[in-house]
Structures are given as structure tokens and as C-alpha cells.
Write a protein that binds this ligand. Structure first.
Ligand code: FES
Ligand SMILES: [Fe+2]
Length: 387
């Protein structure tokens, strides 16, 4: 059996590996295959449960080619449906968010109306009801689950704990009170790149020294183009030092990811000293979501593919209630920093996408530091071959 190129104490790749075929980033058929095999079979993050504050609150989404409607029903339960009418398939709701009046969802085309719980309630063409089995004509349901305040949908109707989809690291953030946090700031961006480009960039820091100067000051090991101590083949020669440049973690004197490195205060009380020292903790749920947790806030990033070369990004900055209520706190210190990092990442993702169209470029190659990109590709191939 070939040696696993990610094995051993040195984390980097031990052998040259090709990147994915260039056409996988823009080919329409490949995109459709990935939608079917990955996006329509895994749990996909939509939003915080608090984004549906009242009974009747709704939000709509587009996942690939699929229109989704999520509503809080009359009993306070969240429900997801395909955003399509059972009559002749019109889009039921075109607004991104809002509240349904009168506890009903009415199609704007011929006014069929549905209860928030999905049942068909009324057909205006009188006397026609006997043509239709009203009882069994409901909105098409989509599986929904909530994990610590985060709401996920699954178009495959596979039931199961969403925690299983955090790559086994759902416990990583057990000391953060995720369910109690409030969205204090939100940004949406449309990226002109394939969704995999975003994840590849997320999975390596080779670009950090040139693309993220401020972040590389804050997290000194990023200056070296690596993420962890053992990403350096000579890591064993630095075992005596505790320097963040070699060990990872924030620069001396910094407490969080913010413009000045200072914490907003109201820090999470249950964190261990090690969690505080490191200062940033990632949790990834492919294909749609990752969290980064700091001592004073948590950042949530969601991806939704909109086309082979178009990806929607939504970032939410989550804070304790006390932080948002404190007039002395300026949360922009936190969000402006990571928004800048995200803007830098978005620019290189789009550059990457644009260059992939060169007719002579069939596939690239991975450097040793890109071991997590290799793992991402392995995950992708396994998903594509899943029966
Ligand atoms: S398509 Fe909705 S009522 Fe006709
Ligand atoms: Fe980056």
C-alpha cells in the first residue's frame, strides 16, 4: 500500500501530489455532480435559530439550484420546505426574510395557501377541492436540525445528529456557550469562484505572509507560511522554545483577533488557560460551515454554492449579550479585523478562479504545507464516490 503522504510527526506532505483537474472548478456537469453528491446529501448550515424571532418568521435560501424556505411555525418549531408551490411549482416566497401574516403561506400566482406547518389550507377556485387530496398535498419538507443555536438543513432527508458532520471535532468548542451568543455583525459577499477554491484557501497558510500582513503579525507562525509547529520539517530543532513564531498562538500581549489585539472584555468564563493562550480555535463542518472561537467572540462563516463559479459567503460575528449591551465596547475592533482578512482571502480566491481557465493548465501541484488541501481533496473524492 502506498505510504500516506500525511503520516508521521512532520505534518507536511511527504510526496508531490497533484491538485484537482482545473475543469472541476468551472465545468457545469462536474458542478452538478458535486451538488448531488455533496451539497444535497450533507447537513448545510443556514443561520442562527434567533434569525427566526417570531412564529411566522421566515428566511429563504438558494442552495445550488434548490430554493429553500425556512419558517417558524405556529407552535414555535422551525420547519424547512422547498420554496415551491404544489400547484404548478411557482416560487412561494421571493423575499430573503420576513414574517408571514395570518399564520399562512400564500402562493403569489394562484393564491393556494398553506399552513406554516406545511398543509394545504385553501384553494381559491371554489368547488375544485374534490379534485385534490388536500390532506396529502403539503409543502415538500426538508430535514432540519439545530446544533447549539446553529440551524442546518439536509436535502437528502437523512436523519442523524448534525454533530457527526463536524469531522469528529464537535467537542472542540465545548467550553464556549455557543447557544447563548448573539449576532452583533453580519457580512454577505458574492465570490466569483468555485466553492472548492474557498475551502482550499481556508486549508493552507502558504498565502498568509503575502496576503495577510496584519494577521501574520498577530499570529506569528503564519509569517512562516505554516499553521502548526510540526508543519516545519525541522520542527524538532525548536522544541526548547515557547515562542508563538514556532509554537503557534497569538503574539505576546494579544488576546484575540482584533485590530489592536485587545479583547472586548466579557470573556467566556469556562475556557481553559491553554484555550486562552492559543487564542483561536477552528471547527469545520464541510461543505458549508466553519467557526473560529476566540476568548471574547465567535465567528461563523457559511458558504452556499450559487453556480460553478459563484459562491455566496455569509459571516456572522457572535458575542455574549453583555458585550453587546456594554456601551463602552466597540465590536468593530473585532469584526473590522477579520472582515479585512476575509476581503484579502476573497481577492485571491477570485484570482485563483480566473487563472484556472488557461487552456494549457490541466492541474496544479501541492506543496508540503498544503497537506490540509490534500485532505480536502481526499474528502471530496470520497464524497463523490459514496454510493
Ligand atoms: S403555482 Fe402556486 S397557486 Fe398556482
Ligand atoms: Fe487566508
Amino acid at each position: 500500500m502506498a505510504q500516506d503522504p500525511t503520516s508521521g510527526a512532520f505534518t507536511g506532505l511527504k510526496s508531490p501530489e497533484p491538485s484537482l483537474p482545473a475543469s472541476w472548478y468551472f465545468d457545469e456537469a462536474q458542478y452538478q455532480q458535486e451538488l448531488n453528491a455533496i451539497w444535497y446529501r450533507n447537513w448545510v448550515y443556514l443561520g442562527r435559530a434567533s434569525s427566526w424571532p417570531d412564529n411566522g418568521s421566515f428566511r429563504t435560501y438558494t442552495l445550488g439550484t434548490q430554493p429553500i424556505l425556512v419558517v417558524r411555525d405556529s407552535h414555535g418549531a422551525l420547519r424547512a420546505y422547498y420554496n415551491t408551490c404544489r400547484h404548478r411549482g411557482a416560487l412561494l416566497c421571493s423575499e430573503p426574510s420576513g414574517t408571514f401574516a395570518n399564520k399562512s403561506i400564500t402562493c403569489p400566482y394562484h393564491a393556494w395557501s398553506y399552513r406554516l406547518s406545511g398543509e394545504l389550507a385553501r384553494i381559491p377556485s371554489s368547488g375544485r377541492e374534490h379534485y385534490i387530496d388536500m390532506e396529502h398535498t403539503a409543502l415538500y419538507p426538508i430535514a432540519l436540525t439545530e446544533w447549539r443555536g446553529f440551524v442546518y438543513a439536509n436535502l437528502s432527508h437523512v436523519k442523524g445528529a448534525v454533530a457527526n458532520h463536524f469531522n469528529g471535532n464537535a467537542q472542540t468548542l465545548q467550553h464556549w456557550p455557543l447557544e447563548d451568543l448573539i449576532v452583533g455583525h453580519r457580512t454577505k459577499k458574492i465570490l466569483r469562484c468555485n466553492w472548492k477554491i474557498f475551502w482550499e484557501n481556508y486549508n493552507e497558510c502558504l498565502h498568509c505572509p503575502s496576503v495577510h500582513p496584519a494577521l501574520s503579525q498577530l499570529v506569528p507562525i503564519y509569517k512562516r507560511g505554516i499553521m502548526e509547529e510540526r508543519d516545519d520539517p525541522n520542527w524538532a530543532t525548536h522544541t526548547a522554545t515557547t515562542e508563538p513564531l514556532y509554537k503557534g498562538g497569538l503574539r505576546a500581549g494579544a488576546a484575540t483577533w482584533s485590530v489592536d489585539g485587545q479583547s472586548l472584555g466579557h470573556e467566556f468564563a469556562e475556557l481553559t488557560s491553554e484555550e486562552r493562550r492559543i487564542g483561536y480555535h477552528y471547527m469545520t463542518s464541510l461543505p458549508s460551515h466553519y467557526l473560529v472561537a476566540h476568548v471574547d467572540h465567535v465567528r461563523s462563516t457559511r458558504l452556499l454554492p450559487l453556480g460553478p463559479e459563484t459562491t455566496e459567503l455569509e459571516i456572522e460575528w457572535l458575542f455574549p449579550r453583555a458585550t453587546l449591551a456594554d456601551p463602552a465596547v466597540d465590536i468593530a475592533n473585532v469584526w473590522a479585523f477579520s472582515e479585512q482578512v476575509m476581503t484579502e482571502d476573497a481577492a485571491v480566491c477570485e484570482l485563483n478562479q480566473a487563472g484556472l481557465h488557461a487552456r494549457v493548465h490541466h492541474a496544479g501541484m501541492l506543496m508540503p504545507e498544503e497537506y490540509d488541501v490534500f485532505r480536502l481533496h481526499a474528502w471530496l473524492k470520497a464524497e463523490l464516490s459514496r454510493p
